[in-house]
Design a protein around this ligand. Structure first.
Ligand code: NAD
Ligand code: MG
Length: 384
């Protein structure tokens, strides 16, 4: 049996990517890093390549290719550029698992390419499943590929069902921190700034997911992600606000028994588990202490104020390309909010108005998804 797992990381310079590299750095006998990629952060990518010596590196932004190529030439590391090269580098024969840690729908094609090359997927890039869950899960089944969740809630569910074989899930509870604006009403939200939205109480993450956490879109995307990962109906998924982020999610089985997975909020644990499954390897992550948290609390999410969560349940019921439209509108709106072109409450407004305007295609092909993604972005951009 091969000793080390060959790993490719799409988006190695991001929050998930850098934490994955920490896990690999701590466990050099378990992993063999084959590929790292980044969009624009050439300096960090170069440093990572010099430290970890992967075979292949991709800098997607073509204007930065020469810089990366010049820096890595003497190390015998192959450097590629452009979106299309992501589709090739994930297919390398020494790769066993591809960690998809890039952000947004841009992850769709590389993830499909990896699945077709029969690589297991450690999935952080939830937008890909939201947009085209039907195609991704079908291709994974057809190619005998496993998708291991990295998202902490989905990793929790996954950890709870390991060993349950044929026991059916009655329902799952996805926990949500509630984000920085928990308890705010619409009036309060009309005044919040980009800087406030970027301060998450429990997790340090990339900008897009941090804003999504503040609008509860992140939880909405996770509801859709859960449907595809665990094959659930909408009524089997409930969101519960748990501000301490200690219980990462809960599964309820048909006999009424519930299992939860707990720990301090640290993404390195779900990243590591996705990479080492079915094994657990010893870690020095800080341990949870009950006495430090004498109160774990739970509340209902406020879907009236945070409309994005309701929109996510709506598209889950509508099906077809509607989740693709919601995701595209949201990517455009979050980008505009980060650039201070729109207000916080505009994000969910643009999402819901885009959903009203864009047609829904039932039983879509990959080309339909790509077309609807483009069309939805155009409509959202016009609304801004
Ligand atoms: P990030 O913004 O910190 O990093 C994104 C990475 O992807 C960077 O390496 C960037 O260079 C690359 N990238 C961005 N756009 C790209 C493009 N168009 N083409 C190619 N590469 C591109 O993001 P993050 O917080 O690490 O999140 C990554 C994914 O993981 C997201 O889908 C997010 O929802 C999910 N996720 C993140 C966390 C977290 O704690 N950060 C938790 C759960 C899930
Ligand atoms: Mg999550």
């Amino acid at each position: 049996m091969k000793g080390k797992k060959g790993v490719a990381i799409l988006g190695s310079t991001g929050s998930i990517g850098t934490q994955a590299l920490e896990v690999i750095d701590t466990n050099p006998n378990d992993f063999d890093l084959q590929v790292i990629t980044a969009n624009k952060n050439a300096d960090l990518l170069i440093n990572q390549a010099i430290k970890f010596r992967p075979n292949n590196v991709v800098i997607v932004d073509e204007s930065l290719y020469n810089k990366v190529q010049d820096a890595l030439f003497q190390y015998d590391i192959h450097v590629y550029t452009g979106e299309e090269s992501l589709l090739d580098v994930v297919c390398g024969e020494d790769i066993d698992i591809v960690l998809t840690a890039m952000v947004g729908c841009a992850g769709l094609k590389p993830t499909l390419s990896a699945i077709k090359a029969k690589k297991n997927i450690a999935l952080a890039n939830k937008e890909t499943l939201v947009v085209a869950g039907e195609i991704i899960t079908k291709e994974a089944r057809n190619n005998g590929v496993n998708i291991y969740p990295v998202d902490s809630e989905h990793s929790a569910i996954f950890q709870c069902i390991v060993g349950e074989f044929h026991n059916k899930i009655e329902k799952i509870y996805l926990t949500a921190s509630g984000g920085p604006f928990r308890g705010f009403n619409k009036d309060d939200l009309s005044r919040v700034t980009t800087e406030q939205a970027l301060k998450h109480p429990n997790w340090e993450m990339g900008q897009k997911i941090t804003i999504d956490s503040a609008t509860l879109m992140n939880k909405g995307l996770e509801v859709i992600e859960a449907k595809w990962l665990f094959n659930l109906r909408p009524e089997q998924i409930e969101v519960i606000v748990h501000p301490q982020s200690i219980i990462h999610s809960i599964v309820q089985f048909e006999d009424g028994s519930m299992k939860a997975q707990l720990g301090l909020p640290d993404m390195k644990l779900p990243i590591q588990y996705a990479l080492t499954y079915p094994n657990r390897i010893k870690s020095n992550f800080e341990r949870f202490n009950f006495i430090d948290y004498p109160k774990l609390t739970f509340e209902r999410p406020d879907e009236k104020t945070f409309n994005n969560l309701k929109l996510a349940f709506d598209v889950l019921k509508t099906g077809g390309t509607s989740a693709c439209t919601l995701n595209a509108a949201n990517e455009v709106a979050v980008d505009a909010f980060l650039k201070k072109r729109i207000s916080f409450l505009d994000i969910s407004k643009i999402n819901s108005q885009t959903l009203e305007k864009v047609e829904i295609i039932k039983n879509p092909s990959l080309e339909d998804y790509i077309m609807i993604d483009k069309e939805s972005r155009k409509v959202a951009e016009e609304l801004i």
